[in-house]
Design a protein around this ligand. Sequence first.
Ligand code: ATP
Length: 228
Amino acid sequence: MLVVSHVTKKYRKVIANNDINLTIDNGQIGILLGPNGAGKSTIIKCIMGFLKYDGQITVDGCSNKTVEAKRYMGYVPEIPSLYPNLTVDEHLEFIARAYKLKDYKEYKEQLLERFELQDKRKKFGDELSKGMQQKLSICCGLLPRPQLILFDEPMIGLDPHAIKELKKVFEELKEKGCCVLVSTHMIDSIEELWDTTYIMKDGQIAATVDRKDIGETDKSLEDIFFEI
Ligand code: ATP
């Protein structure tokens, strides 16, 4: 379970996140929806512990800064951060070693197949197209099977097949009881997958929309988003 309480992040004079509160239970998908510059990537980086911030963030009751919490967490960044001189296969083997994974080979093969990288395994990071880099970055994030996984704009640059596979991955993570947070600025990319959507604007959570609330009104998520 992820709990973000009163998180504020300033980059000098810019308030990128202003008193952010959000909770995602295990087995749930939370969406951060907002336009460019709304503060989505910043809160994801705060949750991962990459940035200093004011406030509190816990993962299954532990501070996100603890080793216990870090073991639970996975991250797929907005811009893939790959090693130009490692091949596709070497990237995944590197992750497996870094996380001391056992019994990962079959899952690695499944991921390569799902994201159509099985024929690219000998290609170096800088030989991949942008979409292929994004697919490899997703595979790297998934390989350690994190309990909490954060995806920052994961659909960007993906072809329709990969988008379909990624949506299936979201469903599977939910079924397995994982806690998933996905940032996006494209409302139609998230369809029916989410449990709670946090609409962000100017660094704040402008609205929290639960799926059950949508059923009780005539308004769609899109209507609510454009009203804000
Ligand atoms: P996008 O959809 O374009 O990725 P976002 O919602 O993820 O946007 P952030 O990247 O979190 O938004 O940026 C929030 C605010 O913080 C913006 O005003 C941005 O200009 C500012 N910002 C982000 N990173 C930095 C930085 N390293 N230094 C200064 N300001 C920053």
